[in-house]
Design a protein around this ligand. Structure first.
Ligand code: FES
Ligand code: FES
Length: 918
């Protein structure tokens, strides 16, 4: 807002500054826009996320809530001021503990942590939780952040920045290769590099779930607002105004054409100077809305006679998925015991701390888009279609991405800023506000599920029938993937000889549901794992023993008829949990003898998850080469959204190549320079891109050895621009790289390799080989329920996950802890309601106070297909958490909560209902 400017003097990181700014300008904006201190991040501009935390004098505050006038004469310290020539103890500790994943929350965490440590150098865990309670992290699960703060003083001297030697990268936990910028505040996310002359873009969005609209005089609007350059509508889109992550289902307009199908859908853009765009009162925008009837539930949308949201999708069914094996009806009819039930889940928001952001410009006739993303090549191809350009005339340069979890697989800002840059030939920048991010981007599918599972007298599962309707919202996004993946996985990692599972994705006028860590499998697993507990109860069996008895083993067939030859690790996970299970049950028994109002419960649940696309091509290509100066350049196109692929893929490549990890230099997933390593989704990067990196590393090594005419066992090392090759006999050859010709990539030696997992299509009954590799896991939840309030207090998680080979054990633990935190949110608190929870104040995600102790057990049952035996992990770790919690609540209270999340109201309601029928 442009109020009168005033001169305001204060100190920033020790230096005096004086600025002419509006006294009400947010301090966060002053720091970022006037002083270019981009380490102060913006996640909400409302005091909810803490990403903007700075120290004002000695107190940690949210800079977005402090007006510029409020800092006059005072001292501000930002993350950039924490390092003093070298990393502060806390910054070093964050690196050493793996406390920064995507890094978007890291500056706020570091500042809040520093404020605490300066007044209390050795805080307790509770004191750390109190001090950091206002800063949200969606990636780490907070455990490593707590460890980093508590151990800051102890570990600073021991920070080891050395990287593993040749052949020792796999299995080591070096600090992340992209870690230092994350702790110094210099990492550049989507909104961090806007050029000063970029046009700002404001997106006009629908306030209605379903409506038609007509524009008034747009030219008059532009003329009336000095600084506004243009308004763009669907009429300005030069290409095909439909995009979507699955080309055959592409149905989403970048700007709606006369009607909208969900609240938050974009209809127009206003481009202009930053001040002009900021000052626009949206009520002035000339658009007339005609609200239309809307349907928010699949029940309404699939009822006979319901209006069609897309004319070509009868019954509002986007797609159905189906898997059938054996004769489930007969098996259930003959079962000695069976259990049936229903479960309902809710929309879940990804709530990454970085709202979508980026900027675009023309470079000659090429449109260059810099934005946060999980899928640069998909963005390139989709943006090209919408903008009527050839794919090679669009270049996507991924910025650092502040969390994604599936939602940043879909385009957001890309076609919008692309259109403005294309039309105006000027740079165009857009950072979503928190509420437009929440309104307009994808969610986890709400599911309405029913299932029956039967078992024989000995406790062997004999049959299962599952049906699930998934609310896929207004557009397709990843609905088809969710609907196909669920029937393949709804059995859990258990032998189920007779099986039928059906999933339907139903369109509604709700928010678009898409990919979110697990693609529908977390929802289906709640259904299956809660029935497993019920069935174990009917059989009189211990719940863990029932799962151990039925778990898949090497040589078993899955529900798609796929024979799992080797690498099945679920039994190892369950076995590893056994002592913890019995200890936890014992603790609960003792606790419950002494307590009546608060009851302790223990729950267990398992997961399995096929890594990569379901029965579809899923290639990754990795290029690596040696430059004349002795640099090894790894084109690491597997976008690192915090999960660690920059480090893990490099570890795999370094060992395959036989060179130290430190000799590698990374090139990003820029579509102009790096080959396509596929999207960061479906837990595929470590397995698929890792395998491509292993192949590329080996191919490059082979070329060097062939050139040197030595055996495969020779060792490589660099002596500046000289590559030294030591053969088995100890003889040394020196290859003077500078004297050799280079290829088109500037490499003396180069290799590019592609890996595509071997899968087979599913037939009409869903039989086939949908995945080449599966990962497995199981978790125990211990918790306490207040029987009068319905509140749940988590006590401990114990998680055993089979990762095949832990390429980087610290990062594996970080993934487990982060996944559990998201699972806690899904189980207990997260429920996105359009129009009601479009901010981080009303939509609650777990804070540092909500995540209890987590004990991780890494299981390594090598898969013959994975690189060094490795399997994917990212999705798996969330899947068992919610069912383990729901099962623990039932163990504590005797009641099953069937509508998720299990809020205190729902827990209490279930308890009261059970009491009423006693
Ligand atoms: S940006 Fe200030 S609290 Fe979220
Ligand atoms: S590391 Fe905390 S939000 Fe990503």
């Amino acid at each position: 807002m442009s109020l009168e400017r005033a001169s305001i003097g204060f100190r920033v990181n020790g230096a005096a500054v004086s600025l002419d700014v509006s006294p009400v300008q947010r301090l966060s904006s002053v720091l970022r826009d006037e002083l270019h201190l981009i380490g102060t991040k913006i996640g909400c501009d409302a005091g909810d996320c803490g990403a903007c935390t700075v120290m004002l004098d000695d107190e940690a505050v949210c800079a977005c809530l402090v007006p510029a006038a409020g800092v006059a004469g005072r001292a501000v310290r930002t993350v950039e001021g924490l390092a003093n020539g070298k990393l502060s103890a806390l910054q070093a500790s964050f690196l050493e503990h793996g406390a920064a994943q995507c890094g978007i929350c890291t500056p706020g965490m570091l500042v809040a942590g520093t404020a605490l440590l300066e007044r209390n150098p050795q805080p307790s865990e509770e004191e750390v939780r109190d001090a950091l309670g206002g800063v949200l992290c969606r990636c780490t699960g907070y455990r490593k952040i707590i460890d980093a703060v508590m151990n800051s003083a102890r570990h600073v001297a021991a920070l080891d920045r050395r990287l593993p030697a040749s052949g020792q990268a796999i299995g080591a936990s070096p600090i992340r290769l992209d870690g230092v910028p994350k702790v110094t505040g210099t990492d550049s996310f989507g909104a961090d590099s806007f050029p000063p002359d970029a046009l700002s873009v404001f997106v006009v969005r629908s306030p209605h779930h379903h409506a038609s609209f007509a524009f008034g005089d747009l030219d008059a609007f532009v003329s009336k607002h000095p600084g506004v350059v243009a308004v763009f509508t669907a009429a300005d889109i030069p290409g095909r105004n439909r995009f979507g992550t699955i080309p055959a289902f592409a149905d989403q307009p970048a700007l709606a054409e006369g009607s909208v199908r969900f609240r938050g859908e974009a209809i127009a853009m206003i481009a202009g100077t930053r001040d002009a765009v900021q000052d626009i009162a949206i009520a002035d925008f000339p658009v007339e809305w005609t609200p239309l009837p809307h349907m928010l539930s699949p029940g309404e949308a699939s009822a006979a006679g319901a209006l069609l949201i897309h004319d070509n999708r009868p019954g509002n069914v986007l797609v159905s998925g189906f898997v059938e094996h054996g004769d489930p009806e007969s098996a259930l009819a003959q079962a000695a015991h069976s259990a049936s039930g229903t479960i309902e889940t809710s929309f879940v928001e990804h709530a990454y701390i970085e709202p979508e952001a980026g900027w675009a410009e023309m470079d000659g006739d090429t449109l260059v888009i810099r934005a946060c993303t999980q899928a640069p090549y998909m963005d390139r191809d989709d943006a090209a279609i919408v903008l009527g350009l050839a794919p090679d005339k669009v270049r996507i340069i991924p910025t650092s991405t502040g969390g994604g979890f599936g939602s940043k697989l879909d385009m957001s800002v890309q076609p919008l800023i692309g259109l403005v840059a294309l039309k105006t030939r000027r740079p165009a920048a857009l950072a979503y506000t928190r509420s437009e991010s929440m309104m307009s981007t994808t969610k986890r599918h709400p599911a309405s599920m029913q299932a029956t599972i039967g078992a024989d007298e000995e406790g062997h599962v004999t049959g299962m029938v599952f049906t699930g309707d998934f609310n896929t919202g207004a557009y397709a996004s990843w609905g088809p993937t969710v609907t196909n993946r669920v029937p393949v996985h709804a059995s859990g990692p258990y032998v189920t000889p007779n099986y039928r599972a059906t999933g339907r994705a139903i369109h509604t006028n709700g928010p678009i549901a898409g990919a979110f860590r697990g693609f529908g499998v977390p929802q289906a697993t709640i259904m299956q794992e809660t029935l497993y507990d019920e069935l174990a109860g009917k059989l009189g069996m211990d719940r863990l023993a029932f799962r151990q008895k039925n778990a898949l083993r090497d040589g078993c067939r899955t529900v798609t008829g796929q024979k799992l030859e080797a690498g099945v690790g679920i039994v190892a996970c369950l076995d590893a949990l056994a002592p913890h299970w019995h200890r936890a049950l014992g603790d609960a028994e003792v606790f419950n003898k002494l307590n009546d109002r608060v009851r302790r419960g223990v729950g267990i649940a398992s997961c399995w998850y096929g890594c990569g696309n379901t029965s579809l091509p899923n290639p990754s290509t990795i290029k690596v080469g040696i430059a004349p100066d002795g640099t090894v350049v790894l084109h690491q196109g597997a976008v690192d959204i915090g999960q660690g692929s920059n480090t893990v893929i490099a570890q795999i490549c370094a060992d395959a190549l036989g060179l130290p990890l430190g000799s590698l230099r990374l090139k990003s997933g820029d579509t102009g320079i790096s080959p396509d390593a596929g999207k960061t989704s479906a837990s595929r990067q470590t397995f698929v891109s890792g395998k491509a990196a292993e192949k590329a590393g080996r191919a490059l090594r082979e070329k060097v050895l062939r050139f040197a005419n030595v055996s495969g066992k020779a060792a490589l090392s660099f002596d500046g621009p000289v590559l030294a090759v030591h053969d088995e006999g100890g003889e040394r050859r020196r290859i003077d790289l500078a004297g050799l010709a280079v290829d088109a990539d500037g490499f003396v030696f180069g290799a590019i390799e592609t890996y595509d997992p071997p899968t087979l299509p599913l037939d009409a009954k869903g039989q086939g080989k949908p995945y080449a590799v599966y990962g497995y896991g199981a978790q125990i939840a211990e918790l306490e329920v207040d029987m009068r309030l319905g509140t749940v207090k988590l006590v401990k998680f114990t998680a055993a996950h089979d990762v095949g080979k832990a390429i980087n054990p610290l990062m594996v633990e970080g993934q487990i802890e982060g996944g559990i935190a998201q699972g806690i949110g899904m189980a207990l608190m997260e429920e996105y309601i359009p129009g009601r929870t479009e901010n981080l104040h009303d939509y609650l995600i777990p804070t540092i106070g909500d995540v209890p102790e987590i004990e991780s057990i890494l299981i390594e049952v090598a898969d013959p297909e994975g690189p060094s035996g490795a399997k994917g992990l990212g999705e798996h770790v969330l899947i068992p958490t919610a069912p383990a919690i729901i099962n623990a609540i039932r163990h504590a209270t005797g009641v099953l909560v069937t509508t998720i999340p299990a809020t205190p109201t729902r827990v209490l309601e279930a308890i009261r209902k059970a009491e009423a029928v006693k």
